[in-house]
Design a protein around this ligand. Structure first.
Ligand SMILES: [Zn+2]
Length: 152
């Protein structure tokens, strides 16, 4: 009996110990912020970097949280197809009709395209794709980062 109970304990995750992996995706984007008093109210661009962090309590049979190739396939492709080399704008931005007419590639979002909201956007897409994502950070510049993720 003692042995069986001990075996049970071993299969229970200990506390909040988790395996965690992160992947970086670099991409270029333009944006501007509405209702903002500063340089960022004008159209401008960034060499951004998204850092996607995934977490699982156990490893799969290969000894992985998830294959890095799978993260890359899902997240890289979505960012490549939707955000890279595009203007990310609020759907209420008055520049949208003119840029659309010029054939400029846009990605329109619900709120202001801040680093915080772009981090949340990538988090939501990665979650919808079934990845056990816990945190996405968006580095807008090498010195400024915004993070969206599950609270402890
Ligand atoms: Zn900016």
């Amino acid at each position: 009996m003692k042995g069986a109970a001990f075996g049970c304990l071993l299969t229970t995750p200990v506390g909040h110990t988790m395996f965690r992996v992160s992947c970086e995706v670099e991409f270029c984007y333009g944006h501007r912020l509405l209702n903002y008093d500063g340089k960022c109210c004008h159209l401008h661009g960034h060499n951004g970097k998204a850092v996607i962090t995934l977490e699982t309590p156990r490893l799969d049979e290969r000894g992985m949280v998830i294959d890095f190739t799978d993260i890359k396939r899902v997240v890289n492709r979505w960012i490549d197809d939707n955000l890279d080399h595009r203007m990310i704008l609020s759907e209420n931005d008055p520049a949208v009709p003119a840029l659309t007419e010029l054939g400029e590639p846009l990605f329109l979002m619900d709120g202001n395209p801040t680093a915080e909201n772009i981090a949340r956007l990538i988090f939501d897409r990665a979650t919808e794709a079934g990845l056990p994502v816990v945190e996405v950070s968006l580095w807008e510049t090498p010195r400024c980062v915004a993070t969206y993720g599950s609270a402890e």
